[in-house]
Design a protein around this ligand. Structure first.
Ligand code: CAA
Length: 379
């Protein structure tokens, strides 16, 4: 067993950290305040090859692996969790299902531009009445000649409005005990597709989250992804890996909050000495660092398993569960270390704390992760 990162992974970490600190970090607070997505940052990520890290070169990627990808999401999220989730949803939720289930033609048409970063991807599963119970979706797809006609809506879509390509799940047969669902690749310009309300959120405010709507949206038959009726499994398998992207985002947020806290605790003096010299603060920093490191190890392990074609669904759910709770705890403690200053927007820790909360909710709540893990333990 070797816990050292390879030279390639170290290089990617350094490159992404430089980019994150120099280009992403400086505008993070302002973009959060203005709820503004910055397309130029996405284009710069594309130039660096970050939009296609795990995909082979023949599909426009850089031919690296899932470990390199989670390192990139972690480093981005260390300064800005919004740009972290933009990349995570783009790669894990939109690129992955096309890579795994797409035909050669679909890969060239959709995965390549996503990998090259000329197009942005998104994923639509959740509906107003089906969140944790994803199988209860109501959006329908009916075959009409050479096209499927979709009707319904999806909510809480990360990259909604900025994405060009949406991976969407719809019911193709309602007659059985369980609705039969199928996956589709939707282009933003398909007739009958529209983007609805943009959410106003507590955190990750510079990552747009919207509703998407289908009103007799006509989708060519060849845009079915995978087989008829395979939709739910594709959705679930996509989330198996996606959850590790969120774990990486949570590790990055926790690390960002920890780094800021260590720095502050060494500089801030009270009672004639740096507050870090008090065990009340020093022990807090020790606990924050320990939980962050444990979360990182689970996250890297899940990515390693996926990169080595070994089962990773349980590991990924465990990583997300652990890292999401860690991010929430560490960022809350970071605000405590900063005291009154931590509660203001003069420092980044309040933003980290707001951003951390969503990692306990999206891509399956912490309760759903426990369900997934316990079912895998007992099946
Ligand atoms: N891989 C492959 N197949 C799977 C699977 C997986 N991981 N999980 C389930 N399946 C299969 C099952 O084997 C079963 O197949 P059979 O019918 O052939 O036996 C079928 O799917 C149904 O499985 P379940 O009975 O387990 O389904 P369920 O209705 O009990 O639901 C659940 C399971 C785990 C609770 C699921 O509904 C779930 O994951 N819910 C949470 C949804 C979620 O995470 N949403 C996040 C939205 S995306 C998002 O948040 C993006 C963002 O903003 C960034």
């Amino acid at each position: 067993m070797n816990f050292n990162l390879s030279e390639e992974h170290e290089m990617i970490r350094k490159m992404v950290r430089d980019f994150a600190e120099n280009e992403v970090g400086p505008s993070a607070a302002e973009r959060d305040e203005e709820e503004r997505f910055d397309m130029e940052l996405f284009e710069k990520m594309a130039e660096l090859g970050l939009t296609g890290i795990p995909w082979p070169e023949e599909y426009g990627g850089i031919g690296s692996d899932y470990l390199a990808y989670v390192i990139a999401v972690e480093e981005l999220s260390r300064v800005c969790a919004s740009i972290g989730v933009t990349l995570s949803a783009h790669t894990s939720l939109a690129g992955w299902p096309v890579y795994k289930f797409g035909t050669e033609e679909q890969k060239q048409k959709y995965l390549r531009p996503m990998a090259e970063g000329t197009k942005i991807g998104a994923y639509g599963l959740t509906e107003p009445a089906s969140g944790s119970d994803a199988g209860a979706m109501r959006t329908t797809a009916k075959l009409d000649g050479d096209e499927y006609v979709l009707n319904g809506s999806k909510i809480f879509i990360t990259n909604g409005g900025i994405a060009d390509i949406y991976i969407v799940f719809a019911v193709t047969d309602q007659s059985g005990k369980r609705p039969e669902t199928t996956a589709f690749i939707i282009e933003k310009d398909f007739p009958g597709f529209s983007v609805g309300k943009k959410e106003k959120k507590l955190g990750i405010r510079s990552s747009p989250t919207t509703e998407i709507m289908f009103e007799n949206c006509r989708v060519p038959k060849e845009n079915m992804l995978g087989d008829l009726g395979e939709g739910f499994k594709i959705a679930m398998q996509t989330l198996d890996g996606g959850r590790n992207g969120i774990a990486a985002q949570a590790v990055g947020i926790a690390q960002g909050a920890l780094d800021a806290s260590v720095e502050y605790a060494k500089e801030r003096e009270q009672f004639g000495k740096p507050i870090a010299a008090n065990q009340g603060i020093g022990f807090k920093l020790a606990d924050m660092a320990t939980a962050t490191e444990a979360s990182r190890l689970l996250t890297y392990q899940a990515a390693w398993l996926e990169s080595h074609n070994q089962p990773y669904g349980k590991a990924s759910a465990m990583a997300k569960l652990m890292a999401g709770d860690t991010a929430m705890k560490v960022t809350t403690e970071a605000v405590q270390v900063f005291g009154g200053y931590g509660y203001t927007k003069d420092y980044p820790v309040e933003r980290f704390m707001r951003d951390a909360k969503i990692t306990q909710i999206y891509e399956g709540t912490q309760e759903i992760q426990r369900l997934v893990i316990s079912r895998m333990l007992t099946k």
